[in-house]
Design a protein. Structure first.
Length: 407
C-alpha cells in the first residue's frame, strides 16, 4: 500500500505516540509498503510554512522520507511542539503523494489539518485516538477549555473514515459523544526487551542498598500522569520508589518524593532492566487511553497496581495480574501495594499471571491488524464517496426540477 503517516508528535521527542508510529513504520518497511511521514519540525524557521512541494532531500526514518512542517513549542513544555502552517499545504503534499490511505496518529492540530485535506481530496483517513487531551485541561489549569477541546475531538473523528481506539473505555467514551465508525486497535509489546530475564540484582543493590522492595513508575513526568499521588508510597517501610523518566514536573516531584530514586530517561536495554528489576509497578494517571507501560511491566513479570479508569481497566485483571483502585482512593492504592509487597507468594503468582497475559501481543500481530483496518477504511471511504455523489446528483436534480431556469 501507499501510506502517508501524519504524526502529531515525532522524533526527537519520544512518547507513546512516537513509539507507536516507529513500530508501525518498521512493520510497513518489512512489508515493502511505500510510506511518507509528515511531522512537526524542531523549529518554526526550519521549514517554509508556505511550501507546497516535497523537499528534494527529506529526512529518513526506517528508510522512509519525513517531511517536516513548521512548529512552535508549548510554553510550559518546550520539548513538545505544535505544528503550524495551513491545510492547503498538507493538501498539496497529499496531492503529490496520492496515498491509498492517510494514517493520522493522535490528531489534534496537524492531524486535524490532514483530516480536512484528505477529506477534500476524497482520501480515506485512519485516525488513532491515543491521547485524552481534553482531560489535560484541568491539570494544566485551564478547565474552561475542556468542553471546547471535546468539541474539537468530536469534529476530527467524525470527519475521519475510521477511528481506532485502544480500549473499551475509549470506545464507550467516544460513542457516547456521538462519534461513529470506531474500531478497536490495541498496542503490541516487545517481548524481548521486556522480559523477566532482564532483572538485575546489581541494579537493585545500587538503587536500594538496604535490600528494600522496589515500587516503580515509568513515564513522562508531566501533570497528567498524577505522579505526585505516589507520595502516599514514599514512606512505606521496607520499600523504595523508583521514578523512571523525565519531564517538566521533575523538580516538583523531587521535592514531593524526597526518598525516591530518580533514574532519569531510560531506553533500550537500560529500560528493560529497570522495569524487570521492580517488584511492583504503579500507574496513578487517570487520563490513560491504553497505558503501554502496564503491558511492559507484565511482560517483565511485574504485577501492577493502577487507577481503575481508562485503558488500565482492560489490562489489569484484579486479584490475578494486579489490582485496580478507584480514582482518588490513595489509601486503596497503598493497601494494594502493601498487599503485594508483604505477600511474596501473591506477588510472584501475580507476576507470573501477568507475564502469561501478554504472550502473543507482539507488534507484528498488532500491526497486521492495522493493515486490515487500512483495507477496511478504503472500502468504507468508497461507500462514503458514492453516497456523497448520489446526494449531490439528487440535490442537483431536485434544484433543476424546482427551478427550471437553473442550468
Amino acid at each position: 500500500m501507499k501510506v502517508v503517516v501524519v504524526a502529531e508528535s515525532f522524533l526527537p521527542h519520544m512518547n507513546g505516540v512516537t513509539n507507536s508510529v516507529l513500530k508501525v513504520l518498521a512493520h510497513l518497511r518489512r512489508r515493502g509498503d511505500d510510506v511518507t511521514v509528515i511531522a512537526p519540525s524542531d523549529s518554526f524557521l526550519e521549514s517554509n510554512p508556505l511550501a507546497e512541494h516535497l523537499p528534494q532531500q527529506p529526512q529518513l526514518c526506517s528508510g522512509f522520507p519525513v517531511v517536516r512542517v513548521p512548529s512552535i513549542p508549548l510554553p510550559d513544555y518546550p520539548k513538545v511542539r505544535v505544528a503550524a502552517g495551513f491545510v492547503m499545504r498538507i493538501r498539496h503534499l497529499l496531492e503529490q503523494l496520492q496515498p491509498d490511505v492517510v494514517h493520522v496518529a493522535s490528531p489534534f492540530v496537524l492531524g486535524w489539518r490532514a483530516i480536512q485535506a484528505a477529506d477534500a481530496l476524497g482520501l480515506p483517513t485512519v485516525s488513532i485516538y491515543q491521547t485524552e487531551v481534553p482531560t489535560y485541561a484541568a491539570r494544566y489549569r485551564v478547565p474552561w477549555a475542556e468542553q471546547l477541546m471535546w468539541q474539537h475531538v468530536e469534529r476530527m473523528h467524525n470527519a475521519s473514515t475510521l477511528t481506532l481506539v485502544p480500549s473499551s473505555f475509549c470506545k464507550r467514551q467516544l460513542r457516547e459523544r456521538g462519534i461513529h465508525r470506531l474500531k478497536t486497535w490495541r498496542r503490541g509489546v516487545d517481548l524481548d526487551l521486556f522480559a523477566p530475564e532482564r532483572r538485575s540484582e546489581r541494579l537493585r543493590k545500587r538503587i536500594a542498598p538496604g535490600g528494600q522492595k522496589l515500587i516503580g513508575f515509568v513515564g513522562r513526568l508531566a501533570a497528567e500522569k498524577q505522579i505526585e499521588d505516589l507520595a502516599e508510597l514514599d514512606t512505606m517501610p521496607g520499600t523504595r520508589l523508583v521514578i523512571i523518566g523525565t519531564g517538566p514536573e521533575e523538580k516538583m516531584l523531587r521535592r514531593r518524593l524526597p526518598n525516591a530514586y530518580f533514574a532519569g530517561f531510560q531506553s533500550g536495554d537500560g529500560l528493560g532492566s529497570h522495569v524487570a528489576s521492580l517488584d511492583v509497578f504503579v500507574h496513578p494517571g487517570e487520563a490513560e487511553t491504553f497505558c503501554q507501560t502496564i503491558q511492559e511491566a507484565f511482560a517483565a513479570a511485574v504485577p501492577v497496581v493502577a487507577v481503575g479508569r481508562g485503558g488500565p481497566v482492560d489490562l489489569v485483571d484484579p486479584g490475578r495480574t494486579g489490582w485496580l483502585y478507584q480514582p482518588g482512593d490513595l489509601e486503596g492504592m497503598r493497601a494494594a501495594v502493601e498487599h503485594l509487597i508483604n505477600d511474596d507468594d501473591a506477588r510472584f503468582r501475580a507476576g507470573a499471571e501477568a507475564h502469561q497475559e501478554v504472550q502473543g501481543r507482539t507488534w507484528e500481530a498488532i500491526c497486521n491488524q492495522l493493515i486490515g483496518h487500512y483495507a477496511r477504511a478504503v472500502d468504507v471511504n468508497d461507500r462514503l464517496q458514492a453516497n456523497r455523489a448520489r446526494q449531490y446528483i439528487t440535490s442537483s436534480w431536485v434544484s433543476r426540477a424546482l427551478l427550471p431556469g437553473v442550468n
